[in-house]
Design a protein around this ligand. Structure first.
Ligand code: NAD
Ligand code: MN
Length: 495
């Protein structure tokens, strides 16, 4: 019998009120059931929000440096358990061990950053326009945060939300993706072991449409931090407006790497392989378009196809594997459907393009790393997020045209330029419409202490990561202290 897991509400491990569970499977071997997880509903969210609301009144009063001390212990425990968590994560969602180790490390970095932020959370002091009067603006916590996360970074993304939320003095209702409930459970266990008080973090498993929606529409939840698809992000934006919640959305991307004819081609090749096929292409920052200068097009394509064909598909727990499976059957079907769309649009399929199910791959959701050449910028495979191992290669004749193609989608998350020309590099930094621009680096590789997020329809203007996320999780309060002993009227007495 597979192990049964529970929700965590007000410091207690409890079943969903429905009593129902669903199986979480290993995408590299669907016979391997990781565990049975609660299928929760609105009634479970009501309990979790009640606990979070009640606990908020105590948690907000703990000094931020003391909250930071607990976050440091969380970081220490993540370090201690890094290897076990990485193995568990690969089994749960398929990406290779190097990458799941990196995913845990991002959680560690985020914990230590949050720990030190407890001794900053800087406000401002400014001079008052009136004599004998003091003015300052301080950060205050907001209340209950709903954190709703995707499956592709099962540790990193929840920590980006939860750690700054609680460091700032808020309490949390956390709904992880239903494909990665085990890593989420481990994270919550570690937070409790480190000394997070009961009720500060509440974990509720279940389907997005039900559990996620119950959080988004709950009148006693003050803010939502959501990372996921643009479609659901728009839905959340609408649903949360009824109660005027603060909402941070980090959504889809259609990220491009430009390779100019003066680039170091070997370097650009390593970059595009890692960007396009790392995490099986299932990163919000994945390289799904390569914009290639015509002078190096044939040569670079030859190098690219040769290396792509050598990528080894399989179970990410084995050290020789380069590319793991798609997350589930539905996702693999989407990938397959986009390959058909690309063929019908007249793009040239240069490698891959099929389900991989031979030998060891028979029971996993594997798909061959796939490249389309001669893609036109307006084709659907150059415009829509696929979220799988599919790269669309677009030919360009100039730097200016390449920037235009890169900017020509509704998204604006990550971007990359390979060139040795410093003038072009700076022009690109100025002109590219994206939240993140890399020069001679692939589209993936964000560090935990910098703002993370996108422009245009990738989000709604907030940023996760670094110092920027603390602007989301705190409210500004302006404070005036008059020590003149008389009524002083701003805007009036001095003018
Ligand atoms: P998804 O939008 O399907 O689900 C994300 C989360 O939302 C899950 O926990 C899901 O259960 C929940 N959810 C679903 N419907 C909901 C609803 N109606 N109300 C509230 N919650 C609901 O995304 P996914 O398939 O888990 O992840 C892949 C997507 O996430 C891709 O589009 C990818 O680009 C995006 N993503 C973005 C970033 C970023 O920072 N920009 C990072 C990682 C992933
Ligand atoms: Mn799974």
């Amino acid at each position: 019998m597979p192990q049964k897991f529970q929700n965590f509400i007000n410091g207690q491990w409890v079943d969903a009120k429905s009593g129902k569970t669903s199986a979480n499977r290993n995408p590299a071997n669907w016979d391997d059931i990781v565990g049975l997880f609660p299928k929760s509903g609105k009634e479970d969210i009501d309990e979790a929000v009640k606990a979070a609301r009640a606990t908020y009144e105590k948690w907000r009063l703990m000094p931020a440096p003391a909250r930071g001390d607990i976050l440091r212990k969380i970081g220490d425990l993540l370090v201690k358990n890094k290897e076990d968590i990485a193995h568990e994560m690969t089994r749960e969602m398929g990406k290779v061990l190097d990458e799941t180790r990196g995913d845990v490390q991002e959680g560690i970095d985020t914990a230590y950053y949050a720990a030190t932020e407890g001794r900053r959370l800087f406000g401002h002091t400014v001079p008052s326009e009136l004599p004998n009067k003091f003015a300052m603006a301080i950060r205050v916590p907001i209340g209950v945060a709903g954190i709703i996360t995707p499956w592709n970074f099962p540790m990193a993304i929840p920590t980006w939300g939860i750690f700054p939320a609680i460091l700032s003095g808020n309490t949390v209702v956390f709904k992880p993706a239903s494909d990665t409930p085990k890593t989420a459970t481990t994270l919550v266990q570690i937070m409790m072991e480190a000394g997070i008080p009961e009720g500060v973090v509440n974990l509720v498993h279940g389907a997005g449409g039900e559990v996620g929606n119950a959080i988004v529409t709950h009148p006693d939840v003050d803010m939502i931090l959501f990372t996921g698809s643009s479609e659901i992000g728009k839905q959340i934006s609408r649903d949360a407006s009824a109660t005027l919640k603060r909402v941070s959305l980090e959504l889809g991307g259609k990220n491009a790497q430009i390779v100019m004819d003066d680039a170091d081609l070997e370097l650009a090749l390593d970059g595009v392989l890692w960007g396009a096929f790392g995490t099986t292409g299932q990163r919000c920052t994945a390289t799904s378009r390569l914009i290639l200068h015509e002078n190096v097009y044939e040569k670079f394509m030859e190098m690219l196809v040769e290396r792509t064909k050598r990528l080894k598909l399989g179970d990410g727990l084995h050290p020789t594997i380069d590319v793991g499976p798609c997350i589930n059957e539905a996702q693999r079907r989407i990938v397959q459907s986009y390959v058909e769309i690309g063929k019908n649009e007249g793009a040239q399929l240069v490698c891959g393009g099929a389900i991989a199910n031979q030998g060891d791959l028979a029971k996993g959701w594997f798909y061959e790393p796939t490249i389309f050449g001669n893609v036109k910028p307006t084709m659907r495979i150059a415009q829509e997020e696929i979220f799988g191992p599919v790269l669309s290669v677009i030919r360009t004749t100039s730097f200016e045209e390449a920037i235009g193609i890169l900017n020509g989608t509704i998204y604006g998350l990550s971007s990359s330029l390979y060139t040795r020309d410093v003038n072009r590099a700076f022009a690109a930094i100025r002109d590219i419409q994206a939240g993140i621009t890399y020069i001679n680096v692939p589209t993936i590789g964000a560090e935990a202490h910098l703002p993370f997020g996108g422009v245009k329809q990738t989000g709604n203007g907030h940023r996760e990561g670094g110092w920027a996320v603390y602007d989301f999780f705190t409210e500004w309060k302006s404070v005036y202290i008059d020590y003149s002993g008389r009524l002083q009227r701003a805007q009036i007495d001095n003018y």
